[in-house]
Design a protein around this ligand. Sequence first.
Ligand SMILES: [Zn+2]
Length: 94
Amino acid sequence: MPAPVGLFPDSPCVCTPWGECACGHEERALRNITNRSWPHGPMTPEQREWCIGEAVWAGEGSCRREDMETMPDRDIAADTLHAWSDWVKSNTDF
Ligand SMILES: [Zn+2]
């Protein structure tokens, strides 16, 4: 689900050196965090909470809220990205 408007500042894509890809706004932000190129300092409690909610929902049981609450920002961002890709894999037929 989309994050509330303004939860994450816009950030460049880190998938390609030329900065072009198909990532949406939230995915770009999370990839910047896992890549240590997040230019905006630590994640806010609101950003962490949104990610945990996404990972718990998309992870379908593989991400536990109580484990994630104590994780560093990078791990939260990485687990959220993994949960999204797992969700896509288990909910598509091609
Ligand atoms: Zn990208």
